[in-house]
Design a binder for this molecule. Structure first.
Ligand SMILES: Nc1nc2c(ncn2[C@@H]2O[C@H](COP(=O)(O)OP(=O)(O)O)[C@@H](O)[C@H]2O)c(=O)[nH]1
Ligand SMILES: Nc1ncnc2c1ncn2[C@@H]1O[C@H](COP(=O)(O)OP(=O)(O)O)[C@@H](O)[C@H]1O
Length: 188
């Protein structure tokens, strides 16, 4: 059996990564989304072990020390990281794994997992990105400002990725992503 693929999705906060990933998983039951660990507080409606593993800073630092994370980063004041074991298990089983992670983590994966396909999701414009982020209504103004600041750095790095997809019309962006993922199966 051949190994599963690793697909990395990165893009600024508010661009629609979560929305796109949810739709992809609904349409393709054979994809596995890695659940990250984070020290950020859960948002209303988020479930521990489903959206994230919500952990304390000492717990997260222990995961780093024990080398339990495939990659990790500090983003807008909180730690985020990919638990290693599950991802490796799924790939060994021939299952395609999605990581939805920020830029520092995606760069790390490029080094440690060079066969990963790294896709950057772009907004139609910075104005629209800001509208989506505010429209989501999940962050306080200070957190929005930090995310927008970080968005500029991330957008400037989009050319480092294997592919970019503009999330203007959701359905079109989904089709473009599906195409890239399906192609990754064909070009072994
Ligand atoms: N490096 C890394 N980034 C992650 C991980 N999990 C989530 N992120 C990224 O952390 C950033 C903040 O995530 P979150 O607080 O859920 O906010 P949102 O993306 O605005 O909904 C996003 O860019 C996520 O893609 C992870 O395991 N590793
Ligand atoms: N193609 C799109 N057109 C308009 N709004 C979108 C589109 N994709 C996502 N959104 C909206 O933008 C907001 C941010 O999307 P979300 O998936 O939470 O982004 P991210 O996970 O990248 O931070 C949400 O309110 C979502 O419904």
């Amino acid at each position: 059996m051949s190994s599963g693929k690793l697909i990395v999705l990165t893009g600024p906060s508010g661009v629609g990564k979560g929305t796109l990933v949810r739709s992809l998983l609904a349409r393709h039951q054979n994809l596995y989304l890695s659940i990250s660990a984070t020290t950020r507080s859960p948002r209303g409606g988020e479930i521990d072990g489903q959206d994230y593993y919500f952990v304390s800073v000492p717990q997260f630092e222990e995961m780093i020390t024990q080398e339990n994370l495939l990659e990790w980063a500090n983003y807008a004041g909180n730690y985020y990281g990919t638990p290693r074991q599950k991802v490796e298990e799924k790939i060994d089983q021939g299952i395609t794994v999605l990581l939805e992670i920020e830029l520092v983590g995606a760069r790390k994966i490029r080094e440690t997992f060079p066969t990963a396909i790294r896709i950057f999701i772009l907004p139609p414009s910075v104005e629209e990105l800001e509208r989506r982020l505010r429209g989501r209504g999940t962050e306080a103004e200070e957190a929005i400002a930090r995310r927008l600041e970080r968005a500029k750095e991330e957008l400037a790095a989009s050319s480092e990725f294997n592919y970019t997809v503009v999330n203007d019309e959701l359905e079109k962006a989904l089709e473009a992503l599906e195409e890239l993922i399906v192609n990754s199966f064909l070009h072994e």
